[in-house]
Design a protein around this ligand. Sequence first.
Ligand code: NAD
Length: 263
Amino acid sequence: MTTIAILGAAGRMGQMLIRCAARLPELRVTGVCERAGHPALGQDAGQIAGIGALGVSLADTWPADADVVIDFTFHTAVAANLDCAVARRQAVVLGTTGLSDDEKQRVADAAKVIPIVWAPNFSLGVNLLLDLVRRAATVLGPAYDAEIVEMHHRLKKDAPSGTALGLAEALAAGRGVDLKAVATYGREGIVGERPRGEIGIHAVRGGDVVGDHTVLFATDGERVELAHKATSREAFANGALHAALWLRSKPAGLYSMRDVLGL
Ligand code: NAD
């Protein structure tokens, strides 16, 4: 039996994690946490997620008894959460996106002490897409103009999405270039002709879209498009719970969903 705690439990992903975890007999949710002052503090996790009482209340204190802590919160909360997990030697599944370079460094530092699975997207489909994009970038090369377009719901706070950035990294890796040197984020004004080798990244926001990502490779006479569309957060939640079970027995280190899925 693996015990887990969910940070950001009253959020969109948190609620889906509670619903999906309730279906897995090998997991037990022993902690559900939210930021101080959240209006749902003290309420039952199952009631918040719409599945009936589970006997675990939403708290603003650290879930010290969980084997694995799952973090789907906000980027500014991640460093302090990792400090708590490191102090108690708890494993972490980290799904929060929009991390700054400093915050990413904190993740790498914490992974020297505890095992962490960190993924901008926990779905099997997107992790397969990352592999396909890397291969397409290698085969097609810079003669094919590469652009990434993502769309998410109007409430999403970071842009571009962590998944779009992961796809851009995969693209750059497939071409053997440094993403920072070739990325352009949106375009406006007299930007001039498109430089060869540029990777364009574009964020669209609206409605309740869970997550659409398209990677385009365009050249004279043809275009290749690789796309993924999420229609529910279930794929992310099940992937994160699968990662939690996988992580329990692992030594300290920074793992990706590719490691978890054995891709
Ligand atoms: P949300 O705003 O619905 O939920 C986030 C929750 O975290 C909120 O309820 C908020 O009150 C809570 N929170 C903030 N700071 C906290 C803290 N210090 N301690 C505990 N709780 C805290 O957002 P969401 O749509 O659920 O997404 C959450 C994060 O997960 C975002 O960064 C999003 O981009 C990311 N995400 C990742 C994946 C993936 O597969 N990796 C999938 C979906 C969303």
